[in-house]
Design a protein around this ligand. Structure first.
Ligand code: UDP
Length: 403
């Protein structure tokens, strides 16, 4: 397990000293994170790294999962899509299924920690069980234009929390409780982001039978329509008329995403038009994702809607030129033509990919700018500091601290 001092060479000693100092102030408080999955997707990714470091800093932390069956996760997936503004047929049965599972979890889960930190909508109803302790709701998704039926249902629970935390300014909603803006982060020392020897990168390419003969354009994402994998293929096919290259679409399914298999099959089918398209169904394997990102000449994230977009952060940290949609948290990470290229369409993505493939010097410069932007803003150490300050602020009066 990585130790906090190992971050000193990356972020500097003063950043780590500050963390130790403020963590002291939380002595005696128990913090409990609650979400719905321990693997797959951005939330689990962050908690897996953050929880052990909080503990090392002396912050007493536990992490619990709610339990739900297939039907429950089908409903929460519909909610997720609807909150992102996508069409979704949601009826009374869906709300009933949601509440039934919620009630079971309310009955079973011990939520007596000093601060209960609930992530995303799946466990949101647990707040009905609140006692004198503090409750935080962490929203990782973009709810700027939510389906009103779902949002008004969830809002009734949100307003029972002490505060809500959003990843980007545009995601927040009018609420009668305090709101905080905290961007997520990546861990530069995790298997997904650490430096890799060239042999490891090549071994992964060999494993997936991806020859190194042409530049590789890659999108790493769960097979999810909101990640627009078919759009990426269309963009690639346009690029391919002018630039010989390969496309890698790699991802697995999160345990709470039942739609994934269907999307994967559609993508596989469409990919048959070109033998240089590689569709990889990954088991949870961070080293392989790391290697694929590092082996790429250009990274794409052509999401139709996005939460923060951690895959973009990961790519920028590897100093890769990134082409990504101007949605969700992506514009916080990519300043157009400075730390990557933003696009709005298949044509725009194709144009930007060509630009990078045709000007390696330009691509390199934007990639390096991206890496520095991530170092300053989106590494785990900054995130830890924001969370600790957030926890402390719950014990001060309303006006005391705003992050
Ligand atoms: N990821 C993964 N395996 C996959 C696809 C994605 O581990 O098959 C990781 C990816 O590297 C990133 C996270 O899951 O760390 C995805 O976070 P993001 O914010 O990009 O999207 P989300 O999946 O949360 O919508």
């Amino acid at each position: 397990m990585t130790k906090i001092d190992e971050y000193i060479p990356i972020v500097g000693e003063s950043v780590i000293d500050d963390l130790k100092l403020i963590a002291e102030k939380l002595k005696g408080k128990l913090i409990q994170h609650i979400n719905s999955t321990s693997v797959g997707g951005g939330v689990a990714e962050i908690l897996n790294r953050m929880v052990p470091l909080l503990r090392e800093l002396g912050v007493d932390t536990r992490w619990d999962l709610i339990k739900g069956g297939e039907q429950f996760f089908e409903v929460t997936k519909k909610f997720h899509n609807a909150l992102h503004g996508r069409q979704a047929e949601i009826n009374k049965t869906d709300f009933d299924i949601f509440l039934e599972t919620a009630n079971r979890n309310i009955a079973e889960l011990d939520t007596s920690a000093d601060i209960v930190f609930v992530h995303d909508p799946q466990p949101i109803t647990l707040v009905n069980k609140r006692k004198e302790n503090k409750w935080l709701w962490r929203c990782h998704i973009d709810i700027s234009e939510p389906n009103q039926k779902v949002w008004s249902f969830l809002r009734e629970f949100v307003i029972k929390y002490d505060a809500a935390v959003f990843s980007a300014p545009g995601f927040s909603q009018k609420l009668p409780i305090r709101q905080f803006l905290i961007s997520p982060s990546i861990d530069p020392l995790s298997d997904k982001n650490k430096e890799l020897p060239q042999e490891t990168i090549e071994a992964v390419l060999r494993k997936y039978e991806i020859p190194k003969d042409k530049p590789i354009v890659t999108q790493i994402s769960r097979f999810d329509r909101l990640k627009d994998p078919l759009g990426v293929i269309e963009a690639y096919l346009q690029v391919k008329k002018y630039n010989d290259c390969r496309l890698v679409l790699a991802g697995g399914g999160a345990a709470d995403d039942p739609e994934g298999v269907k999307v994967y099959e559609e993508v596989k089918e469409r990919a048959m038009v070109d033998k240089d398209i590689h569709i990889l169904l990954l088991k949870q394997n961070d080293l392989e994702i790391n290697a694929l990102q590092r082996a790429s000449s250009v990274i794409v994230q052509k999401s139709l809607r996005e939460g923060f977009g951690l895959t973009v952060t990961e790519a920028l940290w590897k100093a890769k030129p990134v082409v990504a949609t101007n949605t969700g948290g992506i514009p916080l990470q990519i300043k157009h033509k400075y730390s990557g290229l933003l696009c709005h369409s298949v044509d725009g993505a194709a144009f930007a990919i060509k630009q990078f493939l045709n000007s390696p010097e330009y691509a390199k410069r934007l990639g390096e700018n991206g890496r520095e932007h991530v170092r300053n803003n989106f590494l785990l150490t900054r995130h830890l500091k924001d969370y600790i300050l957030l926890f402390l602020s719950l014990y001060h009066n309303e006006d005391a601290i705003y992050l």
